[in-house]
Design a protein around this ligand. Structure first.
Ligand SMILES: NC(=O)c1ccc[n+]([C@@H]2O[C@H](COP(=O)([O-])OP(=O)(O)OC[C@H]3O[C@@H](n4cnc5c(N)ncnc54)[C@H](OP(=O)(O)O)[C@@H]3O)[C@@H](O)[C@H]2O)c1
Length: 261
């Protein structure tokens, strides 16, 4: 698998899955553009990418609750590299809540970051992806397909991402652009803590949840990254509009006692 000379934009590359993906594309010769809000963490990702052999790395600081900041991202990539081959829509936020506890502010924040930014970025990127016969991978979630306790709004955003994937895949396949969703179950990253889970409870939560996966462990950022690189590569050239579950078998479990949160 080679991404030599390919310009790859990875959103949310300042931590977790996005950082791992950026590092792995770097290892395969890609030219990278990486986004995030945390400058220090983006610096750290850039360093890791350069150490892995990235031909170049462009950092873009952007808060995806701001449409203006999202709109500038693709412009900056094309201004510097004059092309775009692969868009990894990975940036995402989670806020725990059910019908009783979720707020309209939570709704607006989650739909801005998880859905609206992805729509704007993909729309801006598409002419460049058509020119390069490129592709898009949207990082969705098993929560887009199944209901879990206290993930009401997050699940709604990921269901929207999956439907976006299918519609845009259908629209853009004749133009030579593939679009796929990658839907992980639980992976240890910052998102669990930032979603509102009590830090003291995290280890117990991870241990309990690992048992809900037939493979017997949580996913790693490397598990997810390898699947993303596959979907972005020519090895999956006949795959578009797919909702690609990578979940340690979590989706085949229907025992209501084994809840995610
Ligand atoms: N970890 C899991 O269990 C899991 C499971 C299924 C799907 N996912 C999905 O995987 C993707 C990556 O999440 P992760 O697990 O790697 O979590 P993470 O470590 O918390 O990373 C989230 C990334 O998104 C960025 N981000 C968050 N809010 C943002 C905002 N308002 N504006 C711009 N960027 C923002 C963060 O940037 P800053 O830190 O710089 O703000 C960070 O780079 C998300 O789409 C998530 O929904 C994760």
């Amino acid at each position: 698998m080679s991404f030599s000379g390919k310009v790859v934009l990875v959103t949310g590359a300042s931590s977790g899955i996005g950082r791992e993906v950026a590092q792995d594309f770097a290892m395969h010769g890609a030219i990278l553009a990486i986004t995030g809000r945390n400058k220090n963490e983006l610096n750290s990702t850039e360093l890791k990418c350069r150490n892995n052999g990235a031909a170049d790395v462009l950092q873009i600081l952007a808060d995806f609750t701001s449409q203006e900041e999202v709109e500038r991202v693709v412009d900056k990539v094309v201004e510097k590299y004059k092309r775009l081959d692969i868009l990894i829509n990975n940036a995402g936020a989670c806020k725990l809540g059910d019908l009783q506890t979720s707020t309209v502010e939570d709704f607006d924040m989650l739909f801005s970051v998880n859905v609206k930014s992805l729509f704007v970025l993909t729309q801006k990127a598409m002419p460049h992806l058509v020119a390069s016969k490129g592709n898009v991978v949207n990082v969705s979630s098993i929560a887009g397909l199944q209901a879990f306790d206290r993930l009401l709004l997050y699940s709604m955003t990921k269901a929207a991402v999956d439907q976006f994937t299918k519609c845009v895949a259908r629209e853009c396949a004749p133009k030579g652009v593939r679009v796929n969703s990658l839907n992980p179950a639980l992976v240890k990253t910052n998102i669990s803590r930032s979603s509102g889970l009590d830090a003291d409870e995290l280890d117990a939560f991870y241990e309990r949840t690992a048992r809900a996966h037939p493979i017997g462990r949580l996913g790693t950022t490397k598990d997810i990254s390898q699947a993303i690189l596959f979907l972005a590569s020519n090895d999956s050239s006949w795959t578009t509009g797919s909702i690609f579950l990578i979940d340690g078998g979590r989706s085949v479990i229907s025992d209501p006692v084994l809840i995610l949160v």
